[in-house]
Design a protein around this ligand. Sequence first.
Ligand SMILES: Cc1ncc(C[n+]2csc(CCOP(=O)(O)OP(=O)(O)O)c2C)c(N)n1
Ligand SMILES: [Mg+2]
Length: 668
Amino acid sequence: MHERPVKRRDHGLLIRRQVALGDPCLADANTSARSADRADLAACYREYVVTSTPPSASKFDRTTADEGPQSPQRRAMLRAAAAGGAGLLAVRTASAQTAASPSGQPATLGRQPSFQPDSDATTADVIVETLLAWDVDHVFGMVGDGINPIIEALRRRQDKIRFIGVRHEEAAAFMASGWAKSTGRLGVCVATTGPGAVHLMNGLYDAHFDGAPVLAITGLTFHDLIGTRFQQSVDTSALMQDVALYNTVVTGPRHALTVTDIACRTALGSRGVAHLTVSKDVQGMHFSEDKASSENHGLRTSTAWSRPTPTPARNELQAAADLINAGNRVAIMAGQGALGATAELEQVASRLNAPVAKALLGRTVLPDDSPFSTGGIGHLGTVPSEETMHRCDTVLIIGTTMPWVDSYPKPGAARGVQLDIKAERIGLRFPVEVGLVGDTKETLRALLPLLRQKDDAFLRDIQGSVVQWNALLDRVAATERTPLRPQSVIRAVSDALAPDAIVCLDCGANTHFSARFLTLRRNQQLVATGMLATMAPGLPFAISAQLANPARQVVAIVGDGGFAMLMAEMSTAVKNGLPVKVVLLRNDMLAEVVFEQKELGNPAYGCELGAIDYAQIATACGAEGLRCTSPAGLKPAIDALLRSPRTALLEIHVDPAEPITMPGHLSV
Ligand SMILES: Cc1ncc(C[n+]2csc(CCOP(=O)(O)OP(=O)(O)O)c2C)c(N)n1
Ligand SMILES: [Mg+2]
């Protein structure tokens, strides 16, 4: 088969140049360069260039100049990273980031498959080589006899692709989802036949519900024992039917050549989960054993990739602009679809003098201290956001289907325009008159010149409400009592975060408090479970976010119930030398559900957790375990946590009776 040459890319040079230029797409590299690690980073560049080694023998003849993943530098880096070299990891990830844009989609890669399988290559080899061609350099999973050939193919390429072994496959799927959410790049997880695949499901649904590009690879029982009630023979294809946008049984290396590409392309292009399942014997099948069917004349797909950036037609943009221009009090609701379009959103908000309410996953589309921001919206949101939506006469909904309909304007009380990349989402929560289906950044750019400048009367009104709301938050956060008020804990954490921290959330009362009391600034990032609202992802999200962003501070804020579900992953963080920080709000209770049961008029039932010493759990896993039980100890404990160079957990005893409230019911 024929190869087309691909452009050689020197990652080291590329990063250095982009850091110097302050390329906003390279937030990580910029951060690294700004931070105290700058000298380390420079040393790393030198080191990995100097220590690079020639390619090791492969079943694939490379006939072209190698792209990033195959470069000797990259191999040296990954080898060092596998051995726990944090500095080298920083370089590796910065280079990988060159393929990602902050809009949550990789930039155009423009690559072609650069390998030619020889007759010895197995299905597993083809799958892993295709992942490399797609710039995948981390795979999360758990070994098992149903995927041994795939694990072996990963082992033989460990200098190019890092396998992160987990303690529970659910965590691997959360890590893949968290990786995709925090980088916009493809997250990949692998699990064995039957039980391993079943364990992936919750994390895959998280990715599916939040549009995170994830590829799951699972084993299937022996190809000729499917349907014979053989051990572990779960029908993984049927299992994934609902969660996966692309779901295929791989029949051999020849088939793997095409379908692995299609799986990667589907996950990235359609933003969701793709699933490949392969019988364990088929994983080891050699190319020479795989006879092509009569209609397969050497079919090969291409990994050439172009980021979809559609813009609506001119007349649709004009219709949207006309509607918005006719409004007197224009409000914006923005979600994760606007991540990466901050500059454009700021320009539009400024042109319209529009307050901007932000859905949880899109919390950082504008910094919380922006003059346009009204904070979060919905049950976890703020009074100014509610006011904005209930007082506006025009709403522009951008990249969100925030689920709480009562936080949108009342139908008929405002006119609406909605911008979303997915056509089927237009009008889902609010009956808009104009739908713009397109890429947020490009569409806002095209819309801006059509919008007329508005006065700031509405914005100033809402800003008055923001001032009052912030004063209320300050008073709540200033409460000093034992057990601690969770809001004061979150405020103290927020105040201590690094300027470019990545905060990962779980699900529970702790999420309500975090959503309200974290002030997220420019360059900070939030990774959370949105539409699935599942317990337990906080720590796995933090682990993959830290792997993807080694130079940044990564903090998981979790409840005790959610943490207990996957707490063995602390050892995954320790084993991989990741300085993840866990802030654990301990109330010995599944507190959110206590309030939900009470709201229904029921006594709390089934919500008590057995007391666990979480600081000791952390220590037992090889991490640092800290504890705080009083207001006086709070700040020093948080400082000690964040200063620790190791994986560390701070267990903070908080008041289980502190209620979660709708925005209007928060009181001092
Ligand atoms: C996997 C999963 N199981 C159950 C729930 C329902 N649920 C939502 S919040 C919650 C309690 C969370 O408890 P914890 O992690 O201790 O946080 P807290 O509410 O105490 O802050 C439960 C059981 C869920 N969202 N996800
Ligand atoms: Mg709890």
